[in-house]
Design a protein around this ligand. Sequence first.
Ligand code: GPK
Length: 837
Amino acid sequence: MATPMKSMETPTELYDDERTALTKEAFKRAFLDNLLYVQGKFPALASQNDYYQALAYAVRDRLLQRWISTAAAYTKQGSRTVAYFSAEFLMGPHLGNNLINLGIYEQVREAISELGLDFDTLLRQEDEPGLGNGGLGRLAACFIDSMATLEIPSLGYGIRYEFGIFHQEIVDGWQTERTDKWLRFGNPWEILRPEWAVEVKLGGHTEQYRDEQERLRIRWVPGKVVVGVPYDTPILGFRNNTANTLRLWKAEAPESFDFSTFNRGDYGGAVRQKVWSETLSKVLYPNDEQIQGKTLRLEQQYFFVSASLQDMMRIMRVQKLPLERFHEKFAVQLNDTHPAIAVAELMRLLVDDHVMPWEQAWDITCKTFAYTNHTLLPEALECWPLELFKSVLPRHLDLIYEINVRFLDEVRIRFYGDEARLARLSLIDEHGERYVRMAHLACVGSHTINGVAELHSELLKQDVLRDFYELWPHKFGNKTNGVTPRRWMALSNPRLSDLISEAIGDSWLKNLDELQKLEPFAQDAAFRQRWREIKLANKVDFAAFVKERNGINIDPASLFDVQVKRIHEYKRQHLNILHVIALYHRLRSDPNADFQPRTFIFGGKAAPAYHMAKLIIKLINSVADVVDRDPAVKDRLKVVFLQNFNVSNGQRVYPAAELSEQISTAGKEASGTGNMKFSMNGALTIGTMDGANIEIRQEVGAENFFLFGLTAEQVAQTKGRGYRPLEHMTAELQEVISLINSGFFSRGDVQMFRALTDGLLWHDPYLVFADFESYSECQLQVSQAYRDVDHWTRMSILNSARSGKFSSDRTIREYCADIWRAPSVPVRLLSQEDVKV
Ligand code: GPK
């Protein structure tokens, strides 16, 4: 009989054997093996999803070699590691991206089609992990991609929500929400690590006690305990050997906890405990830039932060590093204030659990954290009512009081006699009901604070965080956002990427500044022709997609004008749709007017409780409906609302766009990142002087950008004087508002959009009317420019050629140099020799 141990004595080849080779033949074999041995299906019975799963597992096998090699390299070198703390990681589908990064996309496509299957159908099977709301979550995803590509040792830490961002469906023009069951068919990209589970305490109270050395100490007696179980997803670098880790925590009930209940015969109680525990990682809060102030949300934040810090301490134990060197081993980036409780939690772990003196623990804490702010909107600044905070984190409240006392002492000496300043800076807001200010906790506990675009970082210093800037100017800096060109160009726009590589070679994907080499091609008529053909082909693809989804025909020859992003008043989708109505009115009034045909494409989700945003969606759909049915404007004006805008749909729309709408009220959009994706893919921008628009315009040149509207300074002045919308009323705008209020778009219902129009007329913090004329005028210039096909194409090429700055690789290089001080650690693939058992 063959002994199973035999193979252990003479290790056979572990890697680069038939099982994980990158050749087409090996891949086919692996695919069929996975279908049989993992899915338990044979081809006649397999569904498309079974095939997708088999494909995903075959790819995953090929990631693991890199993952193990990376872990080995980092462990051996005890590398300095970036821990990116984020409540959101909006990853989008993994399969295509992993194939791109492994460099086997084409081989695998061929292998699959040689097996008689449709590769694109299989790609579409993946339910994308939508564990984020919008820009902030997608930024985290681009950042971990860039860290892996730049070979920076890093861990992304977050929550494995069972239900991600809701699925949006439009019913009778209104947004409806359906639960996102992304885990329904399993997730082949994650690996469960039950052996690294940790306990997280919540609630209860604190008490004093004396330790063995008779020292007076404080103990936290929790009301409940949950277990955090890590699920790891490998994050590949682009064509290198690095595979970093995204570690997401699932909440489970600790067995010991419900056993006691169970033993008492309280079966219901035991189950309730389990249900409650799992609620913690059940669902992503769907609010963007608006806090809801729910206890569960604070519990979620603390849950993942505590689990992550404990996990980092475990890693230090494994690597035999003393906790005194925590800040040398790890650089932690706080993605907004959602993980800011980490400042108090690290103090608790060091002071309470590891009996470290306060001063030393505080020194380590401040050297560990850095904080990124993502918004200037006051409604997004997290403040927790004191009582709520205390009920969830009684020990942390005490620690925050202590941090605050010491902090305000420092301020008192610096700003002698300035009581008002003390109140403004305090970690506790004491005007009326008392609150814990999470942004203040983040600022006090971090060595560096940054905004996400030049203007935003300036406004932070002048406005929201002014007092902190006056106290610690050296802590402040800017890190303009970026996006990964791997997903947002190579994967989503293969036609354009191939043309670019043909022209300038393919190293631009690792060094996006090389796109500059495209500039001379803007003067080359043949190249321009190919550039146009590609845009047209992308538009044709997108039109087919719209036909399938919305059942309407859009003309690929019309100008594709796109606004896709979360629906929010400050982003001003209503400014866009008012202008569409104005165009409609012009066409109806003068049917023979010279008119550049346009397709207006909208997409984005509204927070479920944000009524105004939902009303804006309804208005867009209502206009779309009327315009579609009106033969008078047929073929010249179309409006499409793309349902359920997410990463996958984004990958379809950016390559097809010609005009990118970035029309927020100046001073409100921190950066924007969609603006960058459009520009890279050759769309021109119509935009305000806001967020990263300013830097995009700077890079691509004012002559290749359609600028309109008030500047942030003018917005502030206008508001200072008292903004009166009626002063900006024009005849055309009057027509537009009247048409809406007449019930023309709402089947005679004159009330339907009143909340919206009244808001714009009487109290509009976003100055829509003030910018309307300038916007309209600018759109006229767009239409004229579009008619000069060659000129437009030149501008399009130059937008792409000059978008190098907006690679998230550049952003991450800056974080590494200025904030993290984390050197890269190249990974060598382990050979069979290295892993002999
Ligand atoms: C900012 F504060 C927040 C938030 O809660 N969610 C979110 O997506 C966005 N953001 C900003 O609105 C964008 O301007 C910015 O580009 C993005 O974060 C990433 O920094």
